[in-house]
Design a protein around this ligand. Structure first.
Ligand SMILES: [Zn+2]
Length: 453
């Protein structure tokens, strides 16, 4: 998940004629990315393997496949960083149905279990449903919530232009809904899918428990079925829903961050990281989230090789594991960065999808940001419009000893149409938009390598 710029006034950058050479390189990076589409083809291969949920066999298989691809591409070093990660499995039963109602009996509801949820047992849970829009309304229910399924139906606000901000305002229902509902004695939680698309494909995502509060099952309803339930409750407030799930959490599993690098010719101990997360949810195939980010990061190094650019500093791509439901990979790498003798110059994260390039959101001091902003004439060659102060991303955000943590920001309008759902397929990736992302990040890495920070 990527945070967004805290300021909206984009400063005017003067065109610096001294960047003529750099612009030429930037144009070559764009041309090579757009014509050869190597990252895009690798994304096809990766997603053909299926989803990559943390702890799954498939996730490890994908990491080993990518390791081999990095070796074949001729990266100077390719290595694995072992990480123990949570291992939640969805199971095969995932059902919800209105079981008691004069008007709506036997109406099935399309659901996705939220990641980390407990199962229900074979008989499922059956209860009346109470709808609330937020935690204040939930608290106001008090005793009435006891024994009920709480239905949290506040949508991602479609009126907010910045979809990531809209997501941030709605996602508390998914993450903390079970804790808040169980405090009042509820037996289950349903949320309206957090999506920008008006369809009936339910979106999963992480939810958490608190050890001192009873654990209750949690699911997301397809957006249209959520609307249906809201209407049905107006006509029959006492209808009952049964939810049956056989998901469970297994012991932690062995997994890995994957690291590939081009060794710097002058300052090999100075590191520029570019990366994304290799795990995905098990709905869809994680093409957009975050197959795109890892394949673009790998292509940054490959573009350097294709153009014969020998970096002065070490360019390192990292495939972080377990961003979706634990962030253990990000934690592991930032611990490594703290304890290693290497100097982390910058860490760039690509985890906001495959839209056309827009900008770079930078977590650093204002002088460093101003310095990077002065490169805009070069960055604009791959359609980057802005460089602003803001958050970077959850996998690189803790690499505090890096001079700058940077989030790559593509166009966000369609991101949540796909996010964590069966909609996240290879077919929704546009090759030009995807490849411009590889070129944009390669251009930024090229400039950081050339000038330092
Ligand atoms: Zn992601």
């Amino acid at each position: 998940m990527l945070l967004f710029p805290t300021s909206s006034s984009y400063s005017q950058t003067k065109i610096n004629n001294n960047f003529k050479e750099e612009m030429k390189i930037a144009d070559q990076l764009v041309r090579s990315a757009l014509t050869e589409r190597k990252g895009y083809q690798l994304l096809k291969e990766l997603t053909d393997m299926g989803p990559r949920l943390s702890g799954s066999e498939n996730s490890v298989k994908a990491i080993m496949w990518a390791k081999k691809k990095m070796e074949e591409a001729g990266f100077d070093k390719v290595w694995l960083q072992p990480v123990m990660i949570p291992h939640w499995v969805r199971g095969t039963v995932e059902q919800a149905e209105i079981v008691k109602s004069k008007l709506f009996k036997n109406r099935k509801l399309t659901i996705a279990t939220l990641g980390g949820s407990i199962g229900t047992g074979e008989k499922g849970i059956t209860a009346e449903v109470l709808e609330v829009k937020n935690f204040d309304e939930l608290r106001a229910l008090g005793e009435k919530a006891k024994g009920k399924i709480i239905f949290m139906s506040r949508p991602l606000d479609p009126g907010i232009i910045q979809t990531f901000r809209g997501y941030g305002q709605a996602v508390d229902q998914r993450v903390f809904g079970a804790i808040e509902a169980a405090k009042h004695g509820a037996v289950g939680v349903m949320i309206k899918s957090i999506t920008t698309k008006y369809d009936n494909v339910p979106h999963t995502g992480v939810m958490i428990y608190n050890d001192t509060i009873p654990k209750i099952p949690s699911v997301a309803l397809g957006y249209q079925d959520a609307d249906f339930v809201s209407e049905a409750l107006k006509k029959d407030p006492h209808l009952e829903v049964r939810i049956t799930l056989d998901c469970k959490t297994l012991p932690d599993a062995q997994s890995y961050n994957l690291v590939g690098e081009l060794t710097g010719s002058e300052f090999p101990e100075e590191i520029i990281v570019v990366g994304g997360h290799s795990d995905s949810w098990d709905k869809g195939v994680g093409a957009n989230d975050d197959g795109t980010g890892i394949m673009q990061s790998m292509e940054v190094l490959d573009l350097f090789k294709r153009l014969g650019i020998k970096p002065k500093r070490t360019i390192r791509c990292v495939f972080f594991i377990n961003e979706e439901n634990g962030s253990r990979g990000g934690e592991k790498y930032s611990e490594y960065a703290k304890s290693s003798k290497e100097i982390h110059v910058a860490a760039i994260e690509a985890d906001a999808g495959s839209g056309s390039p827009r900008g770079f959101s930078i977590d650093s001091d204002s002088l460093t940001i101003e310095n990077i902003r002065s490169w805009l004439p070069v960055l604009k060659r791959s359609d980057i419009d802005w460089v602003e102060k803001g958050g970077s991303g959850s996998d690189v955000g803790d690499i505090k000893n890096a001079k700058a943590r940077i989030g790559y920001v593509p166009d966000p309008q369609r991101y949540f149409d796909y996010h964590h759902s069966d909609n996240d397929q290879f077919a929704i990736i546009h090759p030009r938009e995807f490849e411009l992302g590889s070129a944009a990040m390669a251009t930024l890495v090229y400039m950081i390598d050339l000038y330092g920070l």
